[in-house]
Design a protein around this ligand. Sequence first.
Ligand SMILES: [Zn+2]
Length: 869
Amino acid sequence: MDQTILKVAMAAFFHDIGKFADRETLGVNEQYFRGNADLYLPFRDGRHTHQHSLYTAAFIESLRDQLPVELNSPGWGGEESFINLAACHHKPETPMQWVIAVADRVSSGWDRDMFESPGAQDSAPRDYQKVRLVPIFEQVAIKADSGFDSLESFRYCYPLSAVSPDGIFPVLRKDAAETDAKGAKNAYRKLFDEFIEGLGTLRHRDLDVALWFEHFDSLMMTFTSSIPAARAGKVVPDVSLYDHSRITAALAAAIYGFHAQNGTVTTEAINGYADKKFLVINGAFRGIQKFLFGGFSNTAKYRSKILRGRSFSISLLTELAADMLCREIGLPFSSVILNAAGKFTILAPNTQGTKAAVQGVSRKINDWLIHSTLGEIIITFSSTEACCNDFVSGRFPKLWDEIVQSMVEKKFESLDLERHSGAISGYLDRFVNEPDHSPVCSICGKRASSREARNSGYVKNVRSICGLCRDHVFLGTSLVRENYLVVIPADIGTHTGDGELFEPIFGSYQVFFSKKGEEDSIEELVRKHRVFKYWALSAEPHSLSKAGVTVKLISGYVPKYAPEDLNDPRILSNIEGDEGQEIEAGVPKTLNHIACMALNVDGDGKAWGVEALGILKADVDHLGVLMACGLKEDRFTISRLATFSRQLNNYFAFYLPHLLRSEERFHDVYTVFAGGDDLFLIGPWNRTVELAMKINETFNAYVCCNPEVHLSAGISINKPHTPIDAMAEAAETALESSKNTGRNRFTLFGETAEWKTVKRLASVRRSFEEWLDTGLVSRVFFHRLNEFIRMAALERQFVGRTEIHLSEMACTKWRSFLAYAVERNVGKGLKGDDRKKAAATVLMELTAWLMEYEGKLKIPVWSIMYDRR
Ligand SMILES: [Zn+2]
């Protein structure tokens, strides 16, 4: 990587770090201040303003031992010192310093004049440490102008803390705002101390500054996501310091790259707001669903491992496609500004080199995908040119619209037909037909099996398997055992034989899981700059700040056998017919056993209920619209978009796995994927129903109870031996049902209801259970309710119809049938008036429920029937 571009990106990323710590924390004495103020700070009305930039300089100097040596080495990446690049952004004097200054303004959505205007910046040293970050979720609104022009209009804010499952939820401002300056100062101090502790544990500092930068980014994400980027003046503090820094870094790298390529690194050119300096590139994978769920042949072998491995490999493909493009253009990872769920956005310099890189990478990746997945998944790239003015507030919505439009157009173009049309060359030659070798992979049933893969580690006892399926089993097995993933160039050669991919990703990336004791040999590779990525995969909250490397929240949550499961009658009675794997503590549970956990057991080991899986699919409603027009035109900036997108992803990729891990009733729910704005989970059917309710409740809290931000969800209930694609399709149908009837809804047993109705139905269920438990109604009678539900639902369909057939009229008699049935069957254990009274109550309630809920009453009734069978 070009060291100057890396330096520019890092300096831009560091530019506001002085907002994190105050003067005392950094030990800035009078002498240091006087010696540096004129260098870094503007002087206005008789005093120095924007003091945070001087603290940025103090941070870089005073923590030099904890930072890569390059940051304090004169001459690294060109003449300009790193410290001056980072800290002169309010008093830029050289063209290079202007690169950062302009990036800072554009990141904030400011044009050239707004920047130095009084009040726009933290000129007044008011109690900025008391100001808390306020949520974007509270202010987004599609329907009407929601106001939110000043801090005072917000009811919610985020606590000042490191990213944690609790800390990412908004709290009421009246409860959270620091009232005294001392408390506010201490809160910052505490956070900064924890950050410094994490900084000390970051690895590869002296070995590879580019790799360290990515680790440092994770640390900054953890500690500066709740710090407002702007805290004074009239600015609404809803952009985090982290997102502001990240976007500034991407803009600065692109601006510098553009001018360096064109030989125009001059103050005047850099300040040009009208030149199309940027190319906003979107990459999107297509065909993910089919790739994930299709191609499970009849064998159940390795089913959950394959599913996990495929899902994980989609994350890998996305990350590494973005990485490949950045490397090809010559940009650091920080130029990837959005990245979730199979899509990413890169901010690049608008040069011929960039355009050629997009073309080359697109070709290389698609060639590989077509060869390796037989074209099931492909990647499409689209790009949009932009100038600084396009990012200025008020204008960004138009740019964003163009970006989205360009993606949509590409969706239909999809492939380079010249290149990829017709039969896949050499396809048939891949199938080897020999006596001891079956030509087709027994797992996917599609691709040619590989002789090399058969009987290799991870897939013992498989007659035939293709390289890709073998790799998915390898990934699916390893990612629940190991926590550190290393990505290296594929041409380095075999690292550990079985412990790596048989088919390196895009032919370029090899991955392996780092085990204890291997650190030294990996460090050697890092020293030679041959390690592309070093990721910690665990989303365990306590390890976020102590990971020491880049944290990637892509492994979700996987249920494993606990020691007590090995004596659980539900599992013991179902050992046979499973995926043929060992059952021991710490090993992931099979889908069969996850289904078994839906059964209820008593102390004697007697089990009842229905063993079935619940496939839960959910996503955020109207996300595209929320992103495009949820914010008022003049408030919609690239930094807010990044904050919004990251915060949304945090709910699915960070909070949700934590919820599954931490609440016992959800321990058996498996994340197939969760990130971006959607989720796909598999669990014991009854637990997934509870979980759907819990997700709706917590998501609602997460978005500040904003009525315009909501989820739709659907569950399909399947026997565990159902083919994966059929399960996925059924869950998709359930979700579609929620979407098609107005969104903000939940579908179960084919019935769709609004969330608030689902909540009321839960209390209906409790009444039913009480009636059954006390013997007020018999099971036989309870089962007959299905008939009344059917009739009531049918009757409702006639409302508004002008013509009704006589033969259809029968359903309208449900009231009298119900009255008769209640009289005969309810309260059999009671006598005289007691019985009459009880029957009257039951009849009244049932009639009311049937009229109100009709078919939706199936949700509580069927849940009980399944649970008590
Ligand atoms: Zn296969």
